[in-house]
Design a protein around this ligand. Structure first.
Ligand SMILES: [Zn+2]
Length: 69
C-alpha cells in the first residue's frame, strides 16, 4: 500500500511520518476544540496557514481539506 500523502510505503492510510503527523493533528484538535470554538475544517485551515506547522502535518491537513467525504 502507498501513503495517501506521498509515495512511501504505508501499512495503513499513511506512511510512518504522515501517520504520526495525522495522530498529532487529531490530538491537538481535542485541545483546540475546547480552547477555541473551531470546527474541524477551520482547524485544518489554521494548520495549513500556520508558518510553524511542520511540513508533514501541513501535507496531511491539505489532503484532509481536499478530500472531504
Ligand atoms: Zn507519507
Amino acid at each position: 500500500m502507498q501513503c495517501k500523502c506521498c509515495n512511501r510505503e504505508a501499512t495503513n492510510e499513511y506512511c510512518g511520518l504522515h501517520e504520526r503527523a495525522y495522530a498529532n493533528i487529531l490530538r491537538k484538535f481535542e485541545i483546540w476544540k475546547h480552547a477555541a470554538d473551531l470546527s474541524w475544517e477551520q482547524y485544518l485551515n489554521e494548520i495549513v496557514k500556520n508558518p510553524f506547522t511542520g511540513a508533514w502535518a501541513k501535507e496531511v491537513a491539505e489532503r484532509l481539506l481536499n478530500n472531504k467525504e
